[in-house]
Design a protein. Structure first.
Length: 94
């Protein structure tokens, strides 16, 4: 998958250059096999390859680390969350 701008539209295309969906106001930060980290209105979230919301855009930062886990920052503190939003490590780290 690739995030591109075509005719002023932000879209996601597959390896055959077929449009998958329009991103709208979302800016792509990273793409993993199944999930896409995006930034919208200064907050980060995660969608899947079908544009379905995985993690709401409520985080100050998100980075995919492995399997289904992400380092996230919320209220100035870092923690680890799963792709279903479950805290694996509390948001207590700076």
């Amino acid at each position: 998958m690739y995030a591109v701008t075509l005719d002023g539209r932000n879209i996601l295309v597959d390896s055959k250059e077929k449009e998958v969906f329009e991103l709208g106001e979302k800016s792509i930060v990273s793409i993993s096999t199944d999930n896409i980290v995006y930034k919208q209105s200064h907050k980060y979230g995660v969608i899947n390859n079908f544009n379905e919301n995985i993690l709401n855009s409520e985080y100050e930062y998100i980075k995919f680390i492995f399997d289904e886990f992400y380092i996230a920052k919320k209220d100035g503190k870092y923690g680890i969350i799963s792709s279903v939003g479950e805290k694996q490590l509390d948001f207590i780290y700076t």
